[in-house]
Design a binder for this molecule. Sequence first.
Ligand code: XIL
Length: 386
Amino acid sequence: MIIRARSSPVNYRVVAILVSLLLPAQAIGCTNGNRASDQPLVTTTTQSTQATTTTTTSPPNCDDASICTTRQLADAAGVTFGTAVAAAHLDETDYRTTLLTTFNSVTPENELKWASVHPAPNTWNFGPADKIIDFAKTNNLQVKGHNLIWDQEFVDSTPDWVLAIDDPTQLRSAATDHIRTVMRHYRGAVDRWDVVNEPLQTLGADLYDNHFRQVLGDSYIAEMFAIAHDADPTARLFLNEATVELLPDKAAALVALVKDLVDQGAPIDGVGIQAHLVAGTIDAVAVRRLIDDLEGLGVEVAITELDVPTFTGADPLATQADTYSQALGVCLDANCREVTLWGFTDRYTWIDAMFGPGRAPLPFDRYYRPKPALTAIRERLSATAE
Ligand code: XIL
């Protein structure tokens, strides 16, 4: 029996602790105010007991970029511009309106993680994710599925009942049932999936020695891609990884891992670079090299969880805007076709649990007012459309 200590996800990212020790604290952000619109729009909202429907009418003519919604700029650029969303917030009018005028894609933040959607054997909890996916269908948003397999110490993504299976045949069978059932439930509605999330050590360059690796061996990654491809051959399948923007050895390990998968013929379509950055610290040259190396293997590359907490600097919001600009710029210049943010309003961000409140990592403030980061994002999308 393999026994694992589990702890709160809040504590899990060692790198967060390192970053917070390295950088002096400086609280920023707005403390009051009213909502200001991102762009001109007309919104009609109706609530029903079945579902919440929001219809947003954007300016019909979007030749002048200054009056286009950010979503229109993304559409015109052919860019999938997404955000993590939480089902619990979809009932909030400002949340919905800002989401619909800014993004053309959503990723459920937690609702599709194994422990959430399949908490016990033969127990399925599709309700919260269904709410997001129904909302996406109604409003013509793409959906990325996040994620099918993710096990790390201090992360509560894989439920304890799965961690208790130490027989390879039984674990393979549980993973097959999980992946098939979830992917087939959303077939046609979710066009791409993170099949394996964070297979590498958080701060190292080896495979994370997680439960799946311990029981199934290193080949678990290729196996999970094969199971996912069999479950829904129409879905694009991604491997998603963290901190490769920061750590050159880990970036090289990611390229080697993906090369190995491609060489084996594993059905991998893309690689997600999470990009949980810190304002003022992006090394765009290194990120470009990583994207080029991955694209050279024949897979697509996306930024999948971008957020930019602020810590230092005379003008933290300007520094943050510059980091957003560089992140989008390096990806879009290298022909990435997706940039997804890990949320959009400082009102709801996992960074508060990681670093404490006040890091204001997202392009709208707590009151849905656009920040300089949004202007930077809009400029990058406009430039890509030209
Ligand atoms: C985070 C969520 O934002 C939190 O609400 C949750 O408590 C923990 O997980 N990398 C990932 C995401 O791939 O799934 C994580 O999301 C953030 C880091």
